[in-house]
Design a binder for this molecule. Sequence first.
Ligand SMILES: [Zn+2]
Length: 158
Amino acid sequence: MKNICDWNNCFEIGEYKAPIEKDNSKNYRLLCLNHVKEFNKNWNYFSGMNDEQIYNFLKSDMTWHKPTQSFSSSDNFFKVLWNNALKDEFDHKDVKAFSILGVSVGLKWEKIQNKFKTLVKKFHPDMNSGNKKYEEKLKLITLAYTQLKNTYREKIDC
Ligand SMILES: [Zn+2]
């Protein structure tokens, strides 16, 4: 029982998952290697999503993948997807992330980490009796930190 690639007029074996919709559902279609590459190349997953949606995606993605299937696994589909999305809007998103965290562009990773920890403490719901405003702020901060962790850290640590 082999699945056939879902791409139009393709009859290769479909063994790679490609998400169907930009939400948190686990629906996907199966594509062959060539077509999943094509799919990744052409689809900027994050375009048209607001910060909240991106955050939710990241959160669900992180929960979804157990440590053994983390971003370090080379065949991880979402690693490819994530990298492609970053390539598209790399500079813009990095700069935005720096400004959300309130640190200067080019700061050492360790300093960014410290700033993040300070901000999390400051805006944590437990510290603000569940104030929604701070919750939103914390989401943005986490998103920005995740962004830099996945892009900027590598750049300065090597
Ligand atoms: Zn195919």
